[in-house]
Design a protein around this ligand. Structure first.
Ligand code: HEM
Length: 413
């Protein structure tokens, strides 16, 4: 008999309110010990199996022949029949061989040359973002700092004005948090945001076709694999994915990473004394904060995990924050240790075909903004309650008021 995850863990892992209250690490620990593959109800449907152990998340991520992203999508909510066609248009919810082809195509926009070109700009943007707040002595860390950089970087990547990047980012916030709202008003805001996004993507493709630039949007429209190019709809779906996957996640990493630093002054002092620890500090922030909570897969054949039989068609949910605190992989997993090595965290996924396309870009962004914040916002501390995002997909912070010693930009140059 497979145990029930809600009974063992004591919380509903699909309920956005669970996460608004804080990542349920106690429930995850209990589940890893007692039922790492546990049955979980969802709405009126058959539910899913909650995977909380590292090995299972890794095994499922790496076997896309058995575990489909496309059959029923990767979110808790299974699309309605009339929306199912969307699954085969978005890379995140596609299976090989179609996924392999599209991934090869879009990877051409993410070559080391493209990312390196961005690299210099990212450092300038990070400096300017901190310049903008340094004199104020207080700000909302999420909006003014953590959210600003990824939205500018995506704008730069796509070759669009930086203000447009900010606007698109606001639309994603509405789409991601409004999507779990319960009122009609919430839903109409979400639909409106989706429409605006879609329209922007369509116009962008038309603009870049007419006036190509040295940017990823143009490379994507030009790139060919086996003589095929992205269709307009595929371009638009990828545009949506990029704005979604690249914005909130990096914002959440930077905000939660800085919060972890404020909560662990010893680690902050350690990094200040030895800046060469920055890369391992970022990996530890990724592990400890896990910006993505969960992705789902569907079994394509009868199989098993940890001795539990799983039938073709059953769904499994991979809880990354739990895998990243699995004591069988990480010594003292609840400790925030910026020198942790090795640190084979799964924050970007388990390394399979869908492994995060923007992992290196996210690292570049974090490496630019984190030292800028820690070295220039002197005496950085919380200045009010931290409000978490109400989402069962993104593990994030919605607002985080902070204060610091006001300083003129020129003093630090
Ligand atoms: C800290 C920041 C980020 C985190 C934690 C993160 C996490 C993830 C995760 C967990 C996946 C799914 C992996 C899987 O299913 O195996 C993923 C996929 C993806 N990410 Fe990220 N991501 C981040 C930043 C970015 C950025 C900056 C971009 C682009 C600008 C990006 C673009 C994508 C895309 C396109 C996919 C789908 C890849 C595919 O289906 O082949 N991500 N990401």
């Amino acid at each position: 008999m497979v145990e029930d995850a809600v009974t063992v863990g004591g919380v509903d892992l699909a309920d956005p309110d669970t996460y608004a209250a804080g990542m349920p690490f106690d429930a995850f620990r209990e589940l890893r010990h007692r039922a790492p593959v546990a049955r979980h109800p969802y709405g009126d449907g058959p539910g899913f199996l909650a995977l909380t152990g590292y090995d299972e998340v890794l095994a499922v991520s790496r076997d896309s022949a058995t575990w489909s992203s496309q059959a029923t999508g990767v979110f808790f909510e299974v699309p309605r029949q009339e929306d199912e066609f969307q699954l085969e248009l978005m890379m995140l919810t596609m299976d090989p061989p179609r996924h392999t082809k599209l991934r090869a195509l879009v990877s051409k926009g993410f070559t080391p040359r493209q990312v390196a070109k961005l690299n210099n700009h990212v450092a300038d943007m990070a400096r300017e973002i901190v310049d903008d707040v340094v004199e104020r002595g207080a700000c909302d860390f999420v909006d003014d700092i953590a959210g600003a950089l990824p939205s500018y970087v995506i704008a730069e990547l796509l070759g669009i004005p930086l203000e447009d990047g900010r606007r698109l980012y606001e639309l994603t916030e509405i789409m991601n948090t409004g999507a779990v709202g319960d009122t009609n008003d919430d839903m109409s805001r979400v639909v409106d945001a989706q429409l605006q996004m879609f329209q922007y993507g369509t116009e962008l493709a038309a603009r870049k076709r007419k006036t190509p630039g040295d940017d990823i949007a143009t490379s994507l429209l030009d790139a060919e694999v086996d003589g095929e190019r992205l269709s307009d709809l595929e371009f638009n779906m990828f545009f949506l994915l990029l704005i979604n996957a690249g914005g909130d996640t990096t914002r959440n990493l930077v905000a939660a990473g800085i919060l972890a630093m404020m909560e662990h002054p010893d680690q902050q002092a350690r990094l200040a004394a030895d800046p060469s620890l920055l890369p391992s500090a970022i990996e530890e922030m990724l592990r400890y904060t896990s910006p993505v909570t969960v992705f789902v897969r569907t079994a394509m054949k009868d199989t098993e995990l940890r001795g539990i039989a799983i039938k073709a068609g059953e769904r499994v949910a991979m809880f990354y924050p739990s895998a990243n605190r699995d004591e069988s992989r990480f010594a003292d997993p609840d400790r925030f240790d910026i020198g942790r090595a090795p640190n084979p965290h799964l924050a970007f996924g388990g390394g399979g075909t869908h492994f995060c396309l923007g992992a290196n870009l996210a690292r570049v962004e974090a490496a630019a903004i984190i030292p800028e914040v820690l070295s220039r916002l002197e005496g950085l501390e919380l200045d009010g309650p931290v409000q978490r995002v109400r989402s069962n997909l993104m593990n994030g912070i919605h607002s985080m008021p902070v204060k610091f010693k006001p300083r003129y930009a020129s003093e630090s140059c």
